[in-house]
Design a protein around this ligand. Structure first.
Ligand code: FES
Length: 152
């Protein structure tokens, strides 16, 4: 590792739904809450639309950590998209474990449009957790080894 954790600024990608978490993040901004600026938000209509392969793409592009966040259970604006996302995450998590990917780098959560302060807390906690883990330099070698094994 070339940088110490003190100097390391984690790159976090957040995949969020438009109706709850994105609005909550917007509320955090309009409320002028101070929180870490390490997060790049990618907005989806609903967490049910999030293809979990995008998480691997984010790591491939250099993310050190990921947040997936949407409406609370029973609050999804498309009825059950968040339940689909949660089920998909459970399966995907097993696959990531199998591949050797550190699932501690992915935070799955719910944030409503009224929870700007919760969003700020989640971002700060995620940044602190990922900072403690350090840069995710080993992702590329894990992915490369997995591709070689899959090609056999
Ligand atoms: Fe937010 Fe479905 S609309 S999770």
């Amino acid at each position: 590792m070339s940088e110490t954790n003190q100097e390391f600024e984690p790159r976090i990608v957040a995949f969020v739904c438009n109706w709850c978490t994105y609005a909550g993040a917007d509320l955090a901004g309009t409320s002028r809450l101070k929180y870490a600026t390490n997060v790049k938000i990618v907005r989806f209509p609903c967490t049910g639309r999030i293809d979990f392969m995008l998480l691997l793409k984010a790591f491939e592009e250099g993310a050190d950590g990921i947040i997936v966040s949407g409406c609370h259970p029973n609050d999804c604006h498309y009825t059950s998209g968040n339940f689909h996302a949660r089920r998909r995450w459970t399966v995907f998590r097993g696959l990531l474990d199998f591949m050797g990917i550190d699932v501690r780098r992915i935070h799955f959560t719910w944030v409503s449009a009224a929870e700007g302060a919760k969003w700020a807390d989640i971002v700060n906690e995620t940044v602190a957790d990922i900072r403690a883990l350090g840069p995710y330099d080993e992702y590329k070698s894990i992915a490369s080894n997995f591709e070689k094994e899959a090609a056999k």
